[in-house]
Design a protein around this ligand. Structure first.
Ligand code: NDP
Length: 332
């Protein structure tokens, strides 16, 4: 399968180029950058045969799929162009700036008959796959509540558009709440119904929020509490699910690496739970490629991307209005 990278990004260089090349028979044919010098330098640095500044020219090449990892405001138009050109699309989160745009992308892909995936990596982690199994096996009984701690210190090399450019989709809500929404949906197999939230712009954020706490009401009655941030240096991350028979406390698992610890606590005591340490992004690319070949579906589909964005949009609205907001999934 031949891939075109849309965006000369950090995530592609740190994770996705390697994840694509880890698949047998997959190669990266080209990269698109808005700056010809940056594009050429990126292509040279990553051994990519061609660099483009024109998307139509890139899409007219001999490629099967695109991976979109530009800043968030560009995803919609670039995905629509790739879909129109008949390419499969693996798109970064958040899929778009609005739920309506994301829905249009997913519908266009379905109409064109191409595969569309969202690059939510966490549901590919061995830790989260194991947590999902523990819940499904009834090890904690009926789920009562979830707590997600995903407030980190944004690495200095990423302190660009994320902290000062709302027009590019900056802010911790589009950046991290979408991942937490996807992970909660993956574990609970239901979609948040209502949210309340408080955001702040504490130190890094200029014109965007750099911290948010929110509470989500699930249709089953389960309550979810989340904390996302760019400014917290030493908290670590965690994902806790509490049920009538036990609790799963997973630490260090809201991350790009296959790391962390899971503890299952029940009446019988505490049990350390082991899990696979496979590469999260390679698994996502593998499942996406299988889906392109007609087998199964991407680990996170386009609809999963619409829904995570819808939750983030509701959290933003709740934080700015002070109201409890019903999540609007845009009809999907
Ligand atoms: P980057 O800031 O690294 O890249 C985004 C864009 O910024 C690039 O497309 C590039 O534009 C431009 N750019 C990159 N480097 C420079 C530079 N030195 N000077 C000027 N412009 C530059 O973003 P990320 O890789 O962090 O994020 C890209 C997308 O991926 C976002 O949508 C983000 O939400 C998502 N993401 C997803 C993750 C996941 O785990 N699923 C993790 C991290 C990010 P051009 O292409 O025009 O050259």
């Amino acid at each position: 399968m031949k891939w075109a990278l849309i965006g000369a990004s950090t995530i592609a260089s740190q994770h996705m180029i390697g994840a694509i090349r880890a698949q047998e028979g997959h190669s990266v044919s080209s990269v698109l950058s808005s700056d010809s010098n940056r594009g050429s330098a990126y292509a040279d640095a990553h051994d990519i045969p061609e660099a483009f500044t024109d998307l139509d020219a890139q899409l007219s090449g001999d490629i099967d799929a695109v991976y979109i990892s530009t800043t968030n405001e560009k995803h919609h138009a670039q995905a629509m162009a790739a879909i129109a050109a008949g390419k499969h699309v693996l798109c970064e989160k958040p899929l778009a700036m609005t739920v309506a745009e994301a829905v249009a992308m997913v519908r266009a892909a379905a109409e064109k008959g191409v595969t569309f995936g969202t690059n939510h990596h966490l549901r590919n982690a061995g830790s989260h796959l194991r947590i999902r199994e523990l819940i499904a096996d009834g090890r904690i009984g009926t789920v009562q509540a979830v707590r997600v701690a995903h407030a980190v210190y944004l690495p200095p090399n990423l302190q660009g558009w994320r902290i000062d450019n709302p027009a590019a989709g900056g802010g911790v809500i589009p950046d991290i709440v979408v991942h937490d929404a996807d992970t909660v949906r993956f574990h609970l197999q239901e979609d948040p119904a209502e949210v309340v939230a408080i955001e702040r712009s504490e130190s890094l954020g200029r014109g965007v929020e750099d911290s948010v706490m929110s509470v989500w009401q699930m249709p089953s009655g389960v309550t979810v509490q989340t904390h996302e941030g760019f400014t917290i240096r030493h908290a670590g991350t965690s994902f806790e699910i509490h049920g009538t028979k036990g609790s799963i406390v997973a630490t260090g698992v809201m991350t790009q690496q296959p790391v962390g610890d899971i503890v299952l606590r029940t009446e019988a005591g505490e049990e350390a739970v082991s899990f696979s340490d496979h590469n999260l992004y390679a698994r996502a690319v593998g499942l996406f490629a299988d889906a392109c070949a007609g087998n199964g579906s991407p680990s996170a589909t386009g609809i999963d991307g619409v829904k995570s964005l819808a939750v983030a949009a509701a959290v933003k609205k709740a934080a700015t209005t002070g109201q409890k907001i019903s999540v609007d999934y845009g009809g999907v």
